[in-house]
Design a protein. Structure first.
Length: 118
């Protein structure tokens, strides 16, 4: 029962982030677009693995970023340089993995779009 409860709590956290965080919505929409393109182009197994790994990394990093931002806000309501630094670094992690994910997507989908428009 504890295991089921832990899954329930985790799902609740994901749904909460999806409802409340604009960037999470953007990442999930992008993930659906990428997954749809992967089905459409019938990408290879290795390409699927790469896409799913980077999608998972982006969403997990966004969840961690959201947690860090909320925890920082809980600790201090005042503008503090260190609190801002913590939030900025967490946001930078999301930006970094998102950028890498876009590169992976371009590398994978370039040949499919090239063939489509050739």
């Amino acid at each position: 029962m504890k295991l089921l409860r832990s899954f329930s709590v985790a799902w609740k956290g994901f749904v909460m982030a999806l409802r409340e965080e604009r960037n999470m919505k953007v990442h999930v929409i992008a993930a659906f677009i990428v997954i749809s393109l992967a089905f459409y182009f019938n990408v290879s197994q290795a390409e699927w693995l790469a896409l799913l790994i980077v999608i998972g990394l982006v969403i997990a990093t966004e969840l961690i970023n959201t947690s860090i931002e909320n925890l920082t806000d809980l600790i201090t309501k005042e503008k503090h340089p260190l609190a801002g630094k913590v939030k900025d670094i967490a946001a930078a992690a999301v930006l970094f993995i998102s950028f890498i994910s876009v590169i992976v997507g371009f590398i994978i989908f370039a040949k499919y779009f090239k063939a489509l428009f050739a």
